[in-house]
Design a protein around this ligand. Structure first.
Ligand SMILES: *Cc1c(COP(=O)(O)O)cnc(C)c1O
Ligand code: SF4
Length: 491
């Protein structure tokens, strides 16, 4: 097929217009190409318009929410406004949404709140991106707002701290599991609360279901964690998580960054925050906070050390023109942002949405790093996928874009095995839903088991789990077939 230069120009028009204003050079090399004859296309032409990942929902999207109808751009972009108007009670939702949402739905949420390990906290930004015509199927509603009607009974093998983080914690707020990296948790609050949070045992305040373990994240206690890190020469890599680095004041952020950079053997720091996905405007308007991050990144670079942001987008629906602007700003300031997603049923467990997410992130120069198999945490059984489906998704995604922008699909092995390639199980029984992993770098005497959600198993498997006497038998069988019967299961 041969296309004329005029046609080609039309195909790519959208991009030339979008990209020119940011260009440093005044010479328009692109224009010059218009006179060159185009080689035959061996592939069908793709229209710019069809590349959905380059379309970003524009400012003003909040106006469809009754309460935000007359809120100006300036006001909506203010983080104080976002924080003050975050919905933390079902009644807030009622007030903010008026008749966008039915009383049946709100009652369903009220009931859902009685069974959830996480409290409600929803920024106006996220609230405005939910499709309230169909809240049950909306990927953002699913992540942040529990409903009773779709909840499922927990798998009998679920636990609250499924990663056994407390077992690898030398002092509160520090997890040292792997050889050269440690996880520092300076705080236990977040700008929103996710229903599926791995650390639902500690993050946010108590719910009807869970009394939270407090690792008492006060600055006074941080010094113990720093002293431990300084005393362990093998630690090169620190993940500052929580909780969420978005909630740290600029001064605290700088304090933590500078202290860690001062420890000679610390070479890499990652600040983990879900912020860009749920309140991206902060990057653009909270100049002090953003400057603190940029300053630490620059200080690190001068010292030959890497400081980056790790964020947590799960759905392309979380990404708007504000996000694009914020991520582009960070990129231009030399801040690397990587992304860790959680694979969630109904949110991103299909090829189309996962592909869209990966392409959109890549387009904003946010590097897709991990996709996590959903942890075995309580109260969110309906959000988990089975390993077979996740592996199929992984297979479909590999190859859609550059390798360095293709996320690794991992399972954080229950019982403290750490991250394992999702498809690296020694054995997997699709009837019982049991997969068996080894993690020699963490503990070579143990095996780690993951259990598929029971409702997705074939009928035979569902029946087996109904009989308590069969549980141990199924696990034993899996251990023998995996060739690891001499090793001990972690849970
Ligand atoms: C995830 C995690 C890390 C970081 O692991 P990477 O695979 O390097 O991203 C460090 N410590 C703990 C306890 C973790 O769970
Ligand atoms: S932002 Fe992260 S730490 Fe906070 S509730 Fe969500 S998953 Fe948990």
């Amino acid at each position: 097929m041969h296309y004329s230069n005029k046609e080609i120009k039309e195909f790519t028009e959208a991009d030339t217009i979008a990209e020119l204003p940011n260009k440093v050079s005044t010479i328009n090399n692109f224009e010059k190409l218009q006179d060159v004859e185009i080689p035959n296309h061996q592939k069908d032409m793709i229209y710019s318009d069809d590349l959905v990942h380059r379309k970003f929902l524009d400012y003003g999207f909040w106006e469809k929410i009754p309460y935000f109808k007359n809120v100006s751009k300036e006001e909506f972009m203010d983080t104080k406004y976002q924080n003050q108007n975050s919905a933390t009670k079902v009644d807030h939702l009622d007030e903010l949404l008026e008749d966008l949402v039915s009383q049946e739905f709100l009652n369903d949420v009220r009931k859902g709140m009685e069974q959830t390990p996480m409290n409600l906290r929803l920024s106006p930004y996220i609230l405005s991106l939910i499709n309230w015509d169909d809240p049950y199927n909306d990927p953002l509603r699913i992540q942040f707002i529990p409903v009773a009607s779709t909840s499922l009974e927990d798998h009998p093998k679920l636990s609250l701290d499924s990663l056994h983080e407390q077992a690898d914690s030398p002092t509160s707020g520090l997890v040292h599991r792997y050889f050269d990296k440690a996880l520092f948790l300076p705080l236990d609050v977040c700008p929103v609360y996710c229903r599926f949070c791995t650390r639902s045992y500690a993050i946010g305040s108590d719910t009807d279901l869970v009394t939270k373990y407090s690792f008492k994240p006060v600055p006074k206690k941080w010094n113990e964690a720093f002293a431990y890190i300084a005393s362990r020469p093998e630690i090169e890599d620190i993940v500052v998580s929580g909780g969420d680095a978005y909630m740290l004041t600029p001064a605290r952020l700088k304090q933590i960054g500078e202290l860690l950079l001062d420890i000679p053997h610390v070479r890499r720091i990652r600040f983990a925050t879900k912020g860009p996905a749920v309140m991206p405007m902060k990057i653009l308007v909270d100049k002090e906070w953003t400057k603190a991050i940029i300053d630490i990144v620059e200080l690190g670079r001068k010292m030959g050390k890497e400081v980056v942001i790790h964020t947590h987008f799960n759905s392309p629906n979380e990404i708007t023109a504000i996000t694009n602007e914020a991520m582009t700003y960070l990129f231009k300031q030399g801040v690397t942002v990587r992304n860790q997603s959680v694979l969630i049923r109904g949110v991103n467990d299909n090829v189309e949405d996962m592909t869209h997410l990966i392409r959109k992130l890549s387009y904003m120069n946010v590097q897709p790093y991990y996709v996590y198999q959903h942890d075995m945490v309580k109260g969110v059984e309906a959000l988990r996928t089975k390993v077979a489906d996740s592996v199929e998704l992984e297979l479909a995604v590999r190859g859609i874009t550059a390798g360095f922008n293709t996320p690794l699909f991992v399972t954080d092995a229950p019982g403290g095995g750490g991250k394992r390639d999702l498809h690296s199980y020694d054995y997997y029984n699709q009837t019982t839903g049991i997969s068996v992993y080894r993690s020699p770098s963490v503990d070579e005497d143990k095996v780690y088991l993951y259990f598929d959600p029971i409702d997705l198993l074939p009928e035979e498997g569902q029946k087996l789990w109904q009989d308590r006497n069969k549980h141990q038998e199924m696990i034993q069988e899996a251990l023998i077939k995996s060739g690891n019967k001499e090793l001990n299961p972690a849970i």
